[in-house]
Design a protein around this ligand. Structure first.
Ligand SMILES: C[S@@+](CC[C@H](N)C(=O)[O-])C[C@H]1O[C@@H](n2cnc3c(N)ncnc32)[C@H](O)[C@@H]1O
Length: 296
């Protein structure tokens, strides 16, 4: 049976929502179907979800690449949800030790947060919002199911809105934690996404990034892996995604940490997720005030 899950917007969330481009406040139309910016742009409210996505992503090669990857991700996520056969309990058990090492502090923005499964590791009273460009992410949840047996809170409303990491529709300095798990490799522009994380975090706020990295902890990219990446880049250039990899970027650990640091963060903790053969790292980094663009 399909539970009646309505994503919600709590008053504290409504208070910090802004236009994703101008960062000015948005007013709700009288009939509640649109959010209206002071400069004339409108955003629809679709089945209760604020759709604050900005771009059509149909113009440049980068945009088209991201869109085809996202379309592929959404259709395979939908098929998986219908099959309900994934090892959700194993997935959850594997993550537990990660959040013991890196607890999520205070008011949390979960960027690319999907259905908000991170709630498994939060205090129920903790302020939390998931934001994701996947508009219909709740549509295929069934209850009872394997999924809801593992994540019972999925049948309860969660703060959610639809947007891109590169254009976050939140006031600056609003969050204690910005969380990005298994998403940096999906972003169209990871640097812009980290810039937005920096902007929306409070002073000394925490960025938490979880990601599979190329070459793992050792940073050694084997010849086979190198060859695969080269082929992927070539196929991407010609918009052929036959290798089945729909990610945008597979950084090594050094590439990832260099980017995080150059975007104004100090790395506090690095945790390699157990059971991943040292291929997946979780990084907690603090926002340091005073970011300026580094010279080339
Ligand atoms: C592998 S899933 C991870 C979901 C969730 N973070 C988790 O760990 O369960 C990747 C997510 O990134 C989202 N995503 C893709 N491009 C994005 C972007 N530009 N901004 C924000 N989220 C994005 C997808 O819609 C998807 O929900």
């Amino acid at each position: 049976m399909k539970p009646n899950i309505l994503p919600k917007i709590d008053p504290w969330v409504r208070d910090i929502i802004v236009d994703p481009l101008s960062k000015q406040s948005l007013r709700t139309s009288e009939d509640g179907t649109e959010l209206i910016s002071p400069y004339g742009r409108k955003y629809p409210v679709v089945n209760g979800v604020y759709d604050l996505r900005l771009l059509n992503n149909t113009t440049t090669p980068d945009q088209k690449l991201w869109k085809s990857g996202q379309d592929f991700y959404e259709s395979s996520a939908t098929e998986n949800a219908l099959a309900d056969s994934m090892d959700y309990a194993g997935e959850l058990a594997g993550e537990r030790e990660v959040y013991e090492a890196i607890p999520i502090e205070g008011r949390c923005l979960d960027v690319g947060g999907h259905q908000g499964r991170l709630r498994a590791f939060l205090d129920p009273a903790q302020e939390y919002i998931s934001c994701d460009p996947f508009l219909n992410v709740f549509d295929r949840i069934r209850h009872p199911s394997n999924l809801t047996a593992t994540y019972p809170f999925l049948t309860e409303p969660v703060n959610f809105l639809c947007c891109e990491a590169e254009f976050l529709p939140f006031e600056s300095c609003s969050f204690d934690t910005v969380h990005m798990r298994s998403v940096v490799d999906h972003f169209r522009d990871p640097e812009l996404a980290f810039n937005e994380a920096y902007r929306t975090l409070k002073s000394n706020g925490k960025l938490v990034v979880g990601l599979y990295v190329l070459g793992g902890k050792q940073g050694k990219v084997g010849i086979q892996q190198q060859g695969k990446e080269t082929i992927k880049h070539l196929l991407d250039r010609f918009h052929i995604r036959e290798d089945g990899d729909h990610h945008i970027w597979h950084p090594t650990y050094d590439e990832l940490t260099n980017l995080i640091e150059s975007c104004g963060f100090d790395i506090n903790t690095v945790h390699w997720q157990k059971g991943t053969n040292d291929s997946t790292c979780y990084i907690q980094a603090s926002k340091v005030d005073g970011l300026s663009k580094s010279s080339p």
